[in-house]
Design a protein around this ligand. Structure first.
Ligand code: FES
Length: 151
């Protein structure tokens, strides 16, 4: 990266610090678990009212979420929320994961500006739908074949 690009990036990050927590900026800059797993045990794709889409896939073993990944076409805040939800849920039992709310994610990331709180809701809702998908097909794995996309 040349010096002008680096300088610009630093200015943008300084500006972001006015509105976003360290945690949000960290996940924004370095998203964790980005991508859709092949052969996921549970998968969901949701488009929020703002038009941004979130995809979440989970792998489950012994009733625990051992891996969670996300993908999104959304803004930086949406990327952060997708990344943070994958970290927040990793290792949790299905029962505990089902209890995660938008408020939990907002607490985890030290809050978001009012206009971005729905990004957290999109991430949590997509996770909950991926868990529902897992529960629906766990006894009938052949149903994965009818999931779109097949993951
Ligand atoms: Fe819509 Fe983030 S701006 S989900």
């Amino acid at each position: 990266m040349d010096n002008i690009a680096k300088e610009l990036q630093e200015k943008i990050i300084e500006h972001l610090k006015l509105d976003y927590s360290k945690m949000v900026i960290e996940h924004w800059k370095h998203p964790r678990n980005w991508g859709i797993m092949s052969n996921a045990d549970g998968y969901a794709k949701i488009t929020g009212q703002c038009g941004d889409t979130m995809e979440i896939s989970i792998n489950v073993k012994n009733n625990k979420i051992i891996k969670c990944t996300f993908d999104t076409d959304g803004c930086g805040s949406t990327i952060s929320c997708g990344s943070m939800i994958t970290v927040l849920v990793a290792g949790k039992s299905i029962a505990d994961a089902k209890k995660i709310t938008q408020k939990d994610l907002l607490n985890y990331c030290d809050g978001l500006p009012r206009e971005n709180k729905h990004c957290a809701l999109l991430a949590v809702t997509t996770l909950q739908n991926a868990i529902e998908n897992y529960e629906r097909i766990k006894n009938e794995p052949w149903k994965k074949l009818y999931r779109n996309p097949v993951t």
